[in-house]
Design a protein around this ligand. Structure first.
Ligand SMILES: [Zn+2]
Ligand SMILES: [Zn+2]
Length: 333
């Protein structure tokens, strides 16, 4: 089969590889669509901004069709359409047994530490896949994984109707936060994003204003004098700006990931404002909710899909995400 293989130090190559074979407790999935994630870009950056173990097939935001099941698999049938939690939980470590699956110490993530879905086929543990309606367009079904992570973050934020929000970043994650917080009753959402190309997408998903970082700095006191009730860092390096944007008693969701970021934080502001700084990592029993949100059509997510491209164009697609021109690139192998 064809696959996009990360071979180390910034090298991503689309080439032929052997077809995968499912283990007894796994399923074989024919990939219908797989989104390119910001963490894929980070893996390929030099230096890498996200760990991984090359050589590995990247890609973890996918929908596909079960084509074979291992001998120990129950409850899943060949021919089912499924999405996948690419961070399989062990169910046995202290974190799993304490109800914190995102902190599972035995996760072997698809597309990072084991082969992922920027390929024609992928294997996954049976207990990590979820059926999804055949009526959902493939591009939107491929958004379920990042949406499940974002729903975890919005659950952490505990937004109450009528509250104000600032989201840093209008990539896919920032746009999904905007959509979910808008649906949850946020009164006003301001998105801070340097790429002008992403602004119309953030507006379509519920942002009242989309400002460049410079414009936000200049107009913050005018637009949101009391600061925001909920602030989201969907970039991974803007915690200082997020703290500055926060109002009294605000919740700050720290979501984006960049291993190379070490920003200096004005700690006393956290104390004086009584802020809650909440790290939010991957999903947390939130796949079913994300699937229902996509199946119901409650969120207007279609504007996020910048382009759908073939697997052989993966390298160019990743460049479009890195440049800030695209929001979500979906690959159909
Ligand atoms: Zn992702
Ligand atoms: Zn575990």
């Amino acid at each position: 089969m064809r696959a996009a293989v990360y071979e180390g130090e910034g090298r991503l190559v689309v080439r032929d590889v052997p077809d995968p074979v499912p283990a007894a407790d796994e399923v074989l999935i024919e990939v219908e669509a797989c989104g390119v994630c910001g963490s894929d870009v980070q893996i390929i950056n030099i230096p890498a901004g996200h760990p991984s173990t090359p050589p590995v097939i990247i890609g973890h935001e996918f929908v596909g069709w079960i084509r074979a099941v291992g001998s120990a698999v129950r409850d899943l049938a060949v021919g089912s359409r499924v999405v996948c939690d690419p961070d399989p939980k062990c169910g046995a470590c202290d974190s799993c047994r304490a109800g914190r699956p995102a902190n599972c110490t035995n996760i072997v993530a698809l597309g990072v530490y084991r082969d992922g879905a920027l390929a024609q086929y992928v294997t996954a543990p049976a207990n990590s896949v979820y059926p999804i309606s055949e009526d959902v367009p493939a591009e939107l079904a491929a958004l379920v994984e990042p949406l499940a992570c974002v729903v975890n973050g919005t659950n952490r934020a505990g937004l109450r109707p009528g509250e104000s929000v600032v989201v840093f970043g209008a990539g896919a994650i920032g746009c999904l936060f905007t959509a979910v917080l808008h649906a949850a009753g946020a009164a006003r959402i301001i998105v801070v994003e340097p790429s002008a190309a992403r602004a119309p997408v953030a507006r379509a998903l519920g942002a009242a204003d989309v400002l460049s970082p410079d414009d936000w700095a200049a107009r913050r006191a005018e637009l949101m004098p009391a600061g925001a009730d909920v602030v989201v860092d969907a970039v991974g390096s803007v915690l200082p700006q997020a703290i500055e944007a926060a109002g009294m008693g605000a919740r700050v969701i720290v979501f984006g990931m960049n291993q190379n970021a070490h920003p200096a934080v004005h700690q006393v502001e956290i104390v004086e404002k009584g802020l809650s700084i909440l790290g939010s990592y991957i999903s947390n029993f939130t796949f079913p909710a994300a699937i229902r949100l996509v199946e119901s059509g409650q969120l207007n997510l279609a504007p996020m899909i910048t382009a759908t491209i073939p697997l052989d164009d993966t390298v160019a697609g990743i460049a479009r995400i890195r440049s800030g021109e695209a929001v979500k690139i979906v690959i159909k192998p």
